[in-house]
Design a protein around this ligand. Structure first.
Ligand code: CS2
Length: 428
């Protein structure tokens, strides 16, 4: 595998080197017609390990495209430098280089709310300050996290951190940095030891960092690239003026269904998406939510029936072991994006929104069943354990929406729906 290649020059800096970055933005960059001009320097998030492993093999890794019937393998060479995220000096140096045109982010939804300190966005602000000092000119920041209006969320978060540091820097960022919104999609579970073994067996070389993903891939972008960008459209990326309907389609139909399957599925003893989908109770819960969400995704252009049909196939691909615990992480952040907009829209239309409410009920049933989960508000979640019944439901709901937490009808509705998830028999 580790044949020498001509490395493209670094023109993209990425924050959040994980499996998804490698199966998505790195894959798209390799498949752009002008890929020879676009190399990526990718920085890790919380832990340096991924950088060390990838650096060992010169940035090269295998993408295993796993369909329901077979695997295909491709070596990706677009990541030319893999760096420990705590190396802010190297980050600043690369962002300050005039040849760097794009900064992509997969830092998780929760990281946009992280205040100062050593967060990825605080590191980005330090690096943008270096670019300003170097006079290197405008640049694009492209959020690839599952948040509605993610470009604008990134702009607000970066702006707030910059203002706290230096008002002139904040003004420079406002005028010179283009925040691009995107909707990203490719189901990519975390790499396992089995994946390493499959590559060794089928390809005959040792790759310590392969990534297994589905054949499906989608990227919709909206915004300006003042210093240029790869021709990602050659790989199927779509550039649009109004991204909101696409974001909602993806966040509600795919990610929302994922969250229902994760929480209801875990409570009911399942481990993977495909397993949970084959439980009629989970499947019915997903379909009821889809019916509600689809009412707020108007227009034939979105092709909702086809999108849903494809989703059932994608989720049902049992050759990809997509673990529910991975999807279940950071529930408070994710549900605000996945459940609340549909619940609010249904209530505004005079309907109860049970489909969306059931997603929240499933989350409450899940966090009540275990202490072993990751969430930015885990301390607040644990603190509700002293409360009983509807009081606890109200307190947990308030972590998602203070307003709904005060609404007795919604609290009673979500409380009632928890019983449905936890007690109905499992037929798998
Ligand atoms: C999942 C997503 O972990 C999660 O919350 O819903 O990572 C999902 O697999 C991707 O958005 C698919 O594109």
């Amino acid at each position: 595998m580790l044949r020498p290649i001509v490395k493209p020059p670094i023109r993209i800096v990425h924050l959040g080197l994980g499996a998804f970055h490698r199966s998505h933005q790195a894959w798209y960059t390799q498949h752009a017609g002008d890929s020879a001009e676009w190399g990526i320097a990718a920085f890790t998030g919380r832990r340096p390990d991924a950088a060390a492993v990838l650096a060992e093999q010169d940035g090269l890794f295998t993408v295993v495209e796993r369909s329901g019937t077979g695997d295909s393998f491709e070596v990706i060479g677009s990541i030319v430098e893999a760096v420990d995220g705590s190396d802010v000096g190297r980050l600043a140096e690369l962002v300050a280089a005039p040849s760097t045109a794009v900064i992509t982010l997969t830092i998780t939804e929760a990281a946009y709310a992280a205040a100062a300190g050593d967060s990825p966005l605080a590191r980005l602000v330090t690096a943008l300050a270096a670019r300003r000092e170097a006079g290197a000119g405008p640049i694009a920041v492209v959020s690839c996290d599952n948040l509605a209006d993610n470009g604008n969320v990134a702009r607000q978060a970066v702006g707030a951190l910059a203002r706290a540091k230096d008002a002139d820097l904040a003004a420079w960022i406002e005028s010179k940095v283009s925040f691009v919104s995107t909707s990203v999609d490719r189901i990519t579970p975390r790499t396992t030891g089995d994946d390493v073994a499959v590559v060794a067996e089928d390809c005959g070389y040792r790759d310590a960092a392969p990534v297994v993903t589905e054949p499906f891939h989608n990227w919709i972008l909206s915004g300006d690239f003042p210093a240029g960008r790869p021709r990602w459209e050659d790989a199927g990326a779509v550039f649009v003026k109004d991204i909101e309907p696409y974001e909602n389609r993806k966040l509600w139909l795919l990610n929302g269904a994922h969250s229902i399957l994760a929480y209801a599925g875990l409570v009911r003893g399942h481990s993977t998406v495909a397993e949970a989908l084959s439980d009629p109770l989970c499947r019915d819960a997903v379909e009821a939510f889809w019916d509600e969400a689809a009412r707020h995704l108007p227009g034939d252009a979105l092709g909702i029936p086809q999108y849903l049909q494809a989703l059932v196939e994608r989720f049902g691909n049992a050759r990809i072991a997509h673990h529910l615990t991975q999807i279940g992480m950071d529930g408070t952040t994710k549900l605000r994006m996945r459940a609340l907009p549909v619940l609010t829209a249904e209530r505004a239309a005079g309907r109860p929104g049970d489909g969306a409410a059931r997603m929240i009920a499933a989350w409450i049933a899940y966090v009540s069943s275990t202490a072993d989960f990751q969430d930015p508000l885990s301390a607040d979640i644990q603190a509700t354990k002293t409360l009983d019944g509807e009081h606890r439901t109200a307190a947990l709901l308030a972590l998602l929406s203070p307003e709904l937490g005060k609404d007795p009808a919604v609290v009673a509705q979500i409380h009632r729906l928890q019983g449905y998830i936890a007690t109905a028999p499992t037929h798998v």
